[in-house]
Design a protein around this ligand. Structure first.
Ligand SMILES: Nc1nc2c(c(=O)[nH]1)N[C@H]1C(S)=C(S)[C@@H](COP(=O)(O)O)O[C@H]1N2
Ligand SMILES: [Mo]
Length: 243
């Protein structure tokens, strides 16, 4: 297409109607048909159709990328979604209330239990949130990409590396980890060794410099690079490293 449009000149081609549209000259080394039928659409028609279609898609979806009040103009984006507010103004898949998270279970009594199957009957480690916040904190810019077809766009997450938690559990070489949520049903994921050791894989406590809201997973949630959203478990309470 580029070769043909360049040869005649793009502007000249834009003035040619269907009746005057001539086929490309046959060429043994390309895919140009040897005996094409008469044109049923002009080249400018094809460009206009594709261009107008692209602009329409852009207009109906750009609001989702920009966010804020413009999100409502994104008619092609998933709708009826809950979002947070302020720095946490991005999509929430399941709210704390829907997941049945009781405020009492996320308060001072909350612990992150780290267990290693590798260590046999070795003791579990129970970390308070203060202890976790005293560990080296790392910040990553990552999006949550749900398989249902929406993305939060990049957000800035801060927390501890999963691999540092694996080391705490005595499971530096774990082959996988089962991450368990306070949520009774459906709130768990099994992560691979690659996901554990990636330096961008975090158990996050903050997002965009703010404390995680309960809907975004307070007291702690998993954030992973290059993974389906469903792996980013919220309201994490237990991690069991396997060999
Ligand atoms: N505990 C728990 N974590 C969860 C889920 C859930 O239902 N329960 N949903 C997952 C799915 S499918 C996605 S896409 C992301 C969405 O994160 P968000 O709600 O903060 O946008 O969380 C994941 N973590
Ligand atoms: Mo999801």
């Amino acid at each position: 297409m580029v070769r043909t449009l360049r040869r005649g000149g793009l502007l000249r081609e834009l003035r040619v109607d269907t009746a005057h549209t001539v086929p490309e000259s046959p060429d043994a080394s390309s895919l140009v048909p040897t005996a094409p039928a008469a044109a049923t659409i002009s080249r400018r028609g094809v460009l206009g159709f594709a261009g107008a279609g692209s602009l329409l898609l852009l207009a109906l979806s750009v609001g989702q990328s920009i966010g804020g009040p413009l999100r409502r103009t994104a008619l092609l984006a998933p709708h009826g979604q809950v979002t947070g507010s302020g720095p946490e103004d991005f999509q929430i898949n399941v709210t704390a209330a829907e997941a049945g998270i009781k405020p009492a279970s996320t308060g001072d009594s909350w612990r992150l239990t780290l267990t290693s199957k590798e260590a046999g009957n070795g003791p579990s480690v129970a970390m308070t949130r203060a202890q976790l916040l005293a560990m080296p904190q790392h910040t990553v810019s990552l999006a949550i990409n749900c398989v249902e077809g929406w993305s939060t766009g990049n957000q800035t997450w801060t927390g501890v590396r999963l691999r540092d938690l694996a080391r705490l559990a005595g499971a530096e070489n774990a082959a996988n980890v089962v991450v368990q949520s306070l949520q009774q049903h459906g709130g768990h994921a099994i992560l691979s060794a690659g996901q554990i050791t990636n330096p961008d894989s975090l158990l996050a406590f903050r997002v965009n410099s703010a404390e995680l809201s309960s809907d975004h997973g307070y007291p702690a949630r998993v954030i992973l690079p290059a993974s389906p959203g469903v792996h980013n478990i919220k309201w994490v309470t237990k991690m069991t490293f396997g060999s």
